[in-house]
Design a protein around this ligand. Structure first.
Ligand code: SF4
Length: 707
């Protein structure tokens, strides 16, 4: 980072990568460029930033890939041409109105992003559910957090992360499962590392089919077979019960479902569970011992549990461990789902998914729908959920959906079974792409391209994984004719003739969102931009809340369920992922690497970050590689029932025989899309959360031979 010059203006913001939500100070130099430093006063990171955050300014200063003006074409065979904002939006309005009139409101859809600011989420959700009259508004958060959202609701009554990051320093046992926070949530993990360094007796259990950097801090690594998380969690639950390490008072007075749970977990012997999971009975016993001895116990997880055909059940089986031990609603304890995106939580607050309503209201509840409809003075809101992320592209493919508006996301790298999504966009009658960069593959399919402002070029708010709401300053002007996403949506809504979109600025949008949360579980009626400009706060934040908000939920052991008791769900340990066979004998799992983020549209611009791992690869165990005559650096062909990937082989004992790993980040590079992991992944989803199964599909592997 450069040292700020004497003509520097400094403003605060929040890192726009992961859900840790680190505070940054952005220095604006006289030449218009910015530099970034960690905010020492910010409670999340106390000045620390990871490799991605510390290099954030490069992504903003480099304008070489920016979309600068709206573009449009009148038919698919024409080239895109520069047009005015009015022309681009007028045409979009005309096409949307035609489809809505001819085929109904469910013929159009918005596909947005966990990177949108809360205000952006709010207006697009209001536009779609309240005025177009369809619930077809979903975001890429469906791909990462929707299983956790559903599980929180089922277990605690609402989508509520109960604890705060400061609980890390109060815990003495961590159960980290389906996550590699050392690489993917680094600053949070540094807090765990520092806590362990100061208190060597605290215990860290890591559950992962791979040996990751997170494992280097672990007292115990349970290298389970992919997909067997529920069996493992149940076995540990059984051991906790057998050892008497459960909280009888909490179970009796504050929870329901223990009898069914207990009966279920005793159905499998420990030996059976150990065999299914591929770990030893001794290690399971050790895990139960560490948890049983803990005064403060935190479970921490992310995509390894969420991205599964049984993602909700995996989440529930984990939250059960907190509930039976009474480790929720007290200092140093609780379930902590780590969000991959910076504002996935803010999107959930405004109800920005196809099955949600604002402020945790229930789409199925007629009173809740009426409340929102009256507040917006819009159309009746439909009770049926709209199309979710993967369903939108399936509906474009089979013709049910005619038009899609893609906002701030890159589905042709990030969606599973991406060939289907590609085919769907080819068939789509009308595609709008609202984007910052000229790189995403979706642009090739766009009928209208709308240039959007990037991070630091607009103001707004975000919420991190611990319910902390922060204000992001606008620091510089967007280039060319690019506009903030909320303004684009409001301009479109006004041209559609809808009332309620004449906000003067983001602050007014936020104020409306705040009013809609009153008397709900996330009540932030004490909040406005002035408060947030002073400091970040954790919701709920009522008028008389403490200055920092609410650090911990459920301190009174009253949950949001009708009985006010938490629910222990006895979930089966069956899983329904695509199975291996003779044709496709390997299990593929996908994930992140340390210095890239999502589809690399930002991190891929930073030379320093590209040095870590320069190209995609497949991790394979040397035992498997020997059988395939595959050597380190050879090109491997990974094929599934859906497509093919060709990348170099990386031989490592850090992955189990029979399992291979592909990073998720690479898409089409110079016309070559064979690095793209999602050519082979499966679009099977969890039946409740509709989250796809990125962590388990059957593949065939062979050494590439030149034709
Ligand atoms: Fe940004 Fe996440 Fe790194 Fe913090 S940990 S600097 S929020 S990428």
């Amino acid at each position: 980072m450069q040292t700020p010059g004497k003509n520097t203006q400094s403003l605060t913001s929040t890192c726009c990568y992961c859900g840790v939500g680190c505070g940054v100070v952005v220095n604006k130099e006289k030449n218009g460029e910015i530099t970034v430093a960690g905010n020492k006063d910010y409670p999340v990171n106390k000045g620390m930033l990871c490799s991605k955050g510390i290099n954030l300014h490069y992504t903003v200063n480099d304008k070489s890939d920016r979309l600068l003006y709206p573009q449009m074409r009148y038919n698919k065979s024409m080239p895109l041409q520069k047009v005015s904002w009015d022309d681009a939006l007028d045409r979009t309005v005309a096409v949307f109105k035609t489809f809505i009139e001819k085929y109904g409101p469910d013929s159009v859809a918005f596909y947005a992003s966990g990177q949108c600011l809360t205000e952006e989420y709010y207006v697009v959700n209001k536009l779609m559910k309240g005025f177009i009259g369809s619930n077809n508004i979903d975001t890429n958060s469906r791909l990462c957090m929707s299983s956790a959202v559903a599980a929180y609701k089922m277990a605690l009554g609402e989508d509520s992360v109960p604890l705060c990051y400061d609980d890390i320093e109060l815990a003495d046992c961590f159960y980290v499962t389906g996550a590699n926070p050392a690489w993917c949530h680094p600053i949070l993990w540094r807090r765990v590392e520092a806590h362990k360094a100061a208190n060597p007796n605290i215990k860290i259990i890591v559950v992962d089919p791979r040996v990751t950097d997170t494992c280097s801090l672990a007292d115990l690594h349970l290298q389970i077979n992919p997909g067997t998380d529920i069996t493992l969690n149940h076995a540990i639950g059984r051991l906790l019960i057998e050892n008497g390490d459960i909280d009888i008072d909490f179970i009796r007075n504050h929870a329901e479902g223990f009898e069914q749970y207990s009966a279920l977990v005793f159905k499998r012997t420990l030996a059976e569970s150990a065999k299914i999971c591929g770990v030893s009975e001794r290690d399971m016993q050790l895990a139960a011992k560490y948890i049983g001895e803990a005064k403060g116990f935190i479970t921490m997880w992310t995509m390894g549990l969420n991205q599964s055909t049984v993602g909700v059940n995996k989440n529930l089986s984990l939250i059960n461990l907190n509930l039976i031990t009474g480790h929720v609603g007290k200092p140093g304890s609780g379930p902590l789902s780590l969000t991959g995106q910076p504002n996935a939580m803010g999107g959930r607050e405004v109800g920005g998914l196809a099955n949600l309503l604002p402020a945790h209201r229930d789409l199925k509840n007629p009173l809740h729908r009426e409340e929102v409809q009256k507040f917006w003075r819009g159309k009746n809101i439909k009770p049926e959920p709209g199309l979710t992320a993967t369903e939108m592209f399936e509906a474009l493919d089979d013709g049910r959906l005619k038009a899609i508006w893609i906002m701030c996301t890159n589905p042709l790298t990030s969606l599973p079974n991406v060939r289907l999504a590609e085919r769907a966009l080819k068939k789509a009658r009308f595609v709008v792409v609202q984007e910052v960069s000229n790189k995403p593959e979706t642009l090739a399919y766009a009928d209208v391209i709308l240039p959007a402002a990037a991070w630091a070029e607009k103001e707004g708010t975000m919420t991190n994984s611990e319910r902390r709401i922060s204000y992001l300053n606008k620091i510089i002007e967007p280039p060319g004719e690019a506009l903030p996403d909320a303004e684009i949506i409001c301009r479109f809504a006004r041209k559609m003739g809808y009332p309620g979109f004449d906000f003067k600025n983001s602050e007014e949008i936020y104020a409306e969102h705040v009013r809609l949360t009153a008397k709900t579980s996330i009540d932030i009626s004490g909040l406005d931009y002035d408060v947030l400009k002073g400091s970040s706060v954790q919701w709920p934040y009522k008028k008389k809340s403490k200055p920092a908000g609410t650090e911990r939920l459920f301190a009174d052991k009253k949950f949001y369920t009708p009985s006010q008791k938490a629910i222990i769900h006895a979930v089966p340990d069956a899983f329904f992922s695509e199975r291996t066979d003779n044709d496709y004998p390997f299990v593929l799992t996908t994930g992140r690497i340390r210095d890239q983020w999502h589809t690399m549209s930002k991190t891929g611009k930073v030379n320093k970050l590209n040095q870590h791992l320069k190209e995609s690869f497949i991790e394979i165990n040397p035992y498997d590689a020997a059988g395939l005559k595959l050597k380190e650096g050879d090109v491997a062909v990974i094929s599934s029932r859906r497509g093919e990937v060709r990348v170099k082989a990386k031989l490592t004992t850090q992955i189990k025989p029979g399992v291979v790993f592909l990073p998720m980040h690479w898409g089409k590079i110079l016309g070559n899309d064979l690095h793209r992991a999602n050519n082979v992944t499966n679009n099977a989803v969890d039946p409740i959360s509709k989250e796809p199964d990125f962590k388990y599909c059957a593949v065939h592997i062979a050494k590439y031979k030149k034709p």
